[in-house]
Write a protein that binds this ligand. Structure first.
Ligand SMILES: [Zn+2]
Length: 445
C-alpha cells in the first residue's frame, strides 16, 4: 500500500503546490485590520478548494465578530471513524519586506525550499491535508471534517465559541492538528507537550516623586535598583527558576545536539546555558522565566535623579502538568516576599495560556507512529515537546475529551515561521503528505 500511495502522492503534488502558492499570494494577516478583506478572501479560497474536492456542507463561519473559519465534511464508508483535520489560513505579519530575500507574498523556490509568508505556517498545513485527501479522491477511508481557522496568529480568541457553536459538526474520533513540525530534516515527530504562558507586568515604587540623587542617594533606594534586585531573585546562581511551587516534569529521552542548539538558538559565542537537567527538559518540561520589557529612563538623558518607580514584563513559560492559576500564584507570592527595602510592589496579569500534555498512547497514536515510520523510510517519530505555547490545543482537548489529538506539522528547524524568509522544505512536505495519507488509511482500517 505504501508504494502505491507514494506514487499517488507524488502525482498529486504539483497540483497541491499550485494550490498552496495561490493561497500564499493572499495576504491573510489576521493582526492587520486593514487586511481583514484578505482574511475573508483567504477563507473563500480555502472553502473553494474543499468544494472542488467534492466536500459537502462547506461553510464559512465566525463567532462574536471573529475571523472567518471554514468547516467542511466529506463522508467515508459507513461505520468508519471521523477524523477532524485542523490548520489555520491566517498568517503572521511579514514585517519589513527588506529583510526578505524575495517578496513575502510571492512564493519563490530556492534550494529545495518554497519561501513566502505562510508557505509553511500554516497554509502548508492546509495543503498537506488537501494532498492526503486528494490521493483518495471520492474513496476516503474515513469520514473527514475540515476545520480551518482564521485567527490562530492573533490568539484564537473566538475558537472556544466556534467549538461550542459547532460542537456536533466538529465532533470526531481523531483530531489531527497540523500546525507544529518535525524534529529535523529526515526525522519526523509527534508533538506531545507544549508549555503554557503567564505574562505579568510588575511595578516597584520607592518614592512618590523623583528626588535629587546627590541629596538623597545613600539613604533612599531608587526603584531601578529595587527592581533589579527583585528580578535577580527569580533564578538561582545556576540559572534555575527559583520560584517555589512550580511544577517541572521529566522530558522524553531526546538528544538535542550541542551544535544544533548553538546554531538554532543564535547564542552569542562563549555563552553558557542556564539551569540544570537535560537540554530538552529545560526547553520543554521545566518552567522558564524571562524579562521581555523594562520601563526605565533612557541612558541618554538620564539625570541625577532617584527613579521613583520602574516596571518590567515577566514572561513565564509553565511546564506541562502545571496550571497557569498555580504558576501565577507562586510567582506573585515569590515577588511579594522578595521585594527589597519595603518598596511598594504591584502587578497586572497581561495574559495566560495553559500548557498541554497529550496522552500519546492508544490506537490512533499507534497508527500515526506506523504511518510516520513508513513515510520516513523506517525512521520512527520523536515524541517532541515545544517550549512555546499553542493554547488552542488545550481548547480542543477540553471540547472533545473523548477524541485522540495528534499534533503534526510541516515545520523543520530552519522553517523560520513568523520570521523573514519563512520557507517550506519541499521534500519533507511530500513525506508529510504521504504520512497523513497513510495515517488516514490506517485509521480507516
Ligand atoms: Zn501556526
Amino acid at each position: 500500500m505504501t508504494d502505491d500511495l507514494r506514487t499517488r502522492v507524488h502525482a498529486v503534488l504539483p497540483g497541491i503546490r499550485q494550490d498552496l502558492e495561490d493561497l500564499v499570494r493572499i495576504e491573510s494577516v489576521s493582526a492587520d485590520p486593514e487586511r481583514a478583506g484578505e482574511v475573508q478572501r483567504s477563507a473563500e479560497a480555502v472553502a473553494e478548494l474543499f468544494r472542488a474536492e467534492r466536500f459537502e456542507q462547506v461553510d464559512i463561519v465566525s463567532a462574536d465578530g471573529g475571523a472567518p473559519a471554514v468547516i467542511a465534511h466529506k463522508a467515508g464508508p459507513k461505520g468508519a471513524p471521523t477524523v477532524l483535520l485542523y490548520a489555520h489560513h491566517d498568517v503572521q505579519p511579514e514585517n519589513d519586506p527588506a529583510d526578505w530575500d524575495s517578496p513575502p507574498f510571492e512564493p519563490t523556490e530556492r534550494d529545495g525550499r518554497l519561501y513566502a509568508r505562510g508557505a509553511a505556517d500554516d497554509k502548508a498545513g492546509i495543503a498537506a491535508h488537501l494532498g492526503a485527501l486528494r490521493v483518495y479522491g471520492d474513496d476516503l477511508p474515513v469520514s473527514v471534517t475540515m476545520f480551518i481557522e482564521g485567527e490562530e496568529e492573533v490568539g484564537s480568541e473566538t475558537l472556544p465559541a466556534l467549538l461550542t457553536e459547532h460542537h456536533d459538526r466538529l465532533r470526531a474520533d481523531v483530531i489531527v492538528i497540523a500546525d507544529s513540525g518535525n524534529w529535523d530534516i529526515g526525522v519526523p515527530a509527534l508533538t506531545t507537550s507544549l508549555r503554557g504562558l503567564v505574562r505579568v507586568d510588575i511595578e516597584v515604587r520607592t518614592l512618590t516623586h523623583a528626588v535629587h540623587s546627590g541629596m538623597w542617594g545613600g539613604l533612599v533606594p531608587d526603584a531601578l535598583m529595587a527592581l533589579s534586585r527583585l528580578i535577580a531573585t527569580l533564578h538561582d546562581d545556576e540559572g534555575n527558576v527559583a520560584v517555589e511551587g512550580l511544577y517541572a516534569g521529566p522530558a522524553a529521552d531526546v538528544d538535542y545536539p550541542e551544535e544544533r542548539l548553538r546554531a538554532e538558538s543564535g547564542a552569542a559565542p562563549g555563552l553558557h546555558w542556564i539551569g540544570s537537567g537535560s537540554s530538552v527538559e529545560r526547553l520543554w518540561t521545566k518552567p522558564s522565566l524571562s524579562i521581555t520589557g523594562l520601563d526605565a529612563p533612557k541612558v541618554a538623558g538620564a539625570s541625577n535623579t532617584l527613579v521613583p518607580a520602574a516596571r518590567a514584563r515577566i514572561s513565564m513559560r509553565t511546564a506541562p502538568g502545571d496550571t497557569t492559576t498555580n504558576a501565577l500564584a507562586c510567582l506573585v507570592r515569590h515577588l511579594e516576599a522578595h521585594v527589597p527595602w519595603g518598596a511598594t510592589f504591584s502587578h497586572t496579569v497581561v495574559d495566560t495560556g495553559e500548557a498541554t500534555r497529550i496522552d500519546a498512547t492508544g490506537p490512533a497514536y499507534d497508527a500515526a507512529r506506523a504511518a510516520f515510520t513508513e513515510a520516513w523510510d523506517g525512521t520512527a517519530p520523536v515524541d517532541m515537546g515545544v517550549g512555546g505555547s499553542i493554547p488552542f490545543i488545550a481548547e480542543f482537548l477540553e471540547a472533545f475529551p473523548e477524541a485522540s489529538v495528534l499534533v503534526t506539522g510541516v515545520e523543520d528547524p530552519d522553517t523560520r515561521a513568523h520570521g523573514a524568509n519563512e520557507g517550506l522544505h519541499l521534500a519533507e512536505f511530500e513525506r508529510v503528505v504521504l504520512a497523513e495519507a497513510l495515517l488516514l488509511g490506517k485509521l480507516g482500517g
